[in-house]
Ligand binder design. Structure first.
Ligand SMILES: Cc1cc2nc3c(=O)[nH]c(=O)nc-3n(C[C@H](O)[C@H](O)[C@H](O)COP(=O)(O)OP(=O)(O)OC[C@H]3O[C@@H](n4cnc5c(N)ncnc54)[C@H](O)[C@@H]3O)c2cc1C
Length: 313
């Protein structure tokens, strides 16, 4: 482990193992951030949205950088970079939708640093929150910035910042599970269970928990369709992401991102009524006007994306 600190910069620690990271996190548990590729953490820091005084860099942990097969599962280390996913034949052969989703993230430069685990845990976004300090102050601070109300809705209780990970909808639609390491012991749970759906605290994980591995079932013969709505094809965050996967038994999973504070997950059947599916999706999505596209446009695009996805499948 190496540690660097000056009076103006945070303490920076680069760790070499999961246990070392957990130990360092326990020492700084009230005020630290894990860093993987850093493409989300550092941008949030520059904007003043992540003031942690200690950064624990996980990128030197070799055991989280591999892809392997074990029994009926493909195991992808949380630190595998997004632009490397295409180099693994089991991913290209069985889960090409994951590569498509990863390619929708940021730009080539971002994807060469960003990790899969970091993408699953990237911070929720909102046009009233992802601003300079001046911009946040100008609207008297939103709930997520410590203010009293959500600027988008005027409500005092609920933060509607959007869940923007592009790979999470694809992975959830494939019934991915995640291995978590935490001080009290590890666990393996369905990916969707790590999200709260609360814009203020989007994840259920303990602050010191480490995402180790993403597991995908190898024996299900999925077919999938992925779509993303954003002003430009590159660099922009999502305004709506949909991933729909169906397995060889006709079990379908539909996942939406970018339109609620958490992923919206719907279990369906291949022969189910498309109109009923769209109605259900619109009912579950808590979409508000906090994005570059209007709420009404994004809700219309939910219908368009889901109809097209079902046709393509
Ligand atoms: C210009 C630009 C465009 C972008 N466009 C998109 C986009 O289109 N879609 C999109 O989804 N994202 C986008 N991003 C955000 C970001 O680049 C990605 O989400 C990226 O995948 C984050 O991965 P990272 O490894 O850099 O995460 P980091 O920034 O290192 O970490 C992100 C979060 O995850 C936590 N974390 C990381 N790894 C672990 C772990 N193993 N265990 C526990 N906690 C961990 C960190 O503490 C932090 O909270 C963009 C960023 C930039 C700068």
């Amino acid at each position: 482990m190496t540690a660097l600190a000056t009076t103006t910069s945070p303490i920076y620690m680069r760790v070499g193992s999961v246990s070392e990271a957990l130990e360092m996190a326990a020492r700084h548990s009230d005020d630290f951030s894990y860093l993987a590729g850093g493409t989300d953490v550092m941008v949030n820091r520059f904007q003043g949205n992540n003031p942690a005084s200690c950064l624990i860099d996980l990128s030197g942990i070799a055991e989280l950088q591999n892809v392997s097969e074990e029994a009926d599962w493909l195991r992808i280390g949380a630190l595998v970079k997004l632009n490397r996913l295409k180099n693994y034949p089991p991913i290209t052969e069985y889960f090409p939708v994951l590569i498509e989703a990863a390619r929708a993230v940021g730009s080539p430069l971002v994807r060469s640093m960003a990790t899969l685990g970091g993408n699953l845990l990237c911070e929720n976004r909102c046009i009233f929150y992802n601003q300079t300090e001046f911009g946040r102050e100008a609207v008297n601070y939103c709930l997520k910035s410590g203010g009293d109300i959500c600027i988008a809705t005027g409500g005092p209780k609920v933060c509607f910042s959007e869940f923007v990970s592009d790979t999470a909808p694809a992975l959830i639609s494939l019934d991915a599970r995640v291995e978590i390491a935490a001080p009290g012991g590890g666990k393996t749970i369905p990916l969707e269970e790590i999200y709260t759906g609360d814009g203020l605290q989007p994840r259920k994980l303990e602050k010191t928990a480490i995402l180790k591995t993403i597991l995908l079932p190898l024996n299900r013969c999925f077919r999938s369709v992925f779509k993303k709505l954003s002003p430009r094809k590159s660099v922009d965050f999502t305004s709506l992401t949909t991933a729909v996967s169906v397995d060889d038994n006709g079990k379908m999973k539909v996942v939406l991102g970018g339109v609620s504070p958490g992923p919206v997950v719907i279990e369906w059947q291949r022969n189910g009524d498309p109109e009923a599916l769209i109605k259900q999706a619109l009912k579950l999505c808590k979409t508000v006007d906090n994005d570059v596209y209007s709420r009404n446009y994004r809700r219309k695009m939910i219908s368009v994306f889901l109809s097209e996805s079902l046709e393509q499948l």
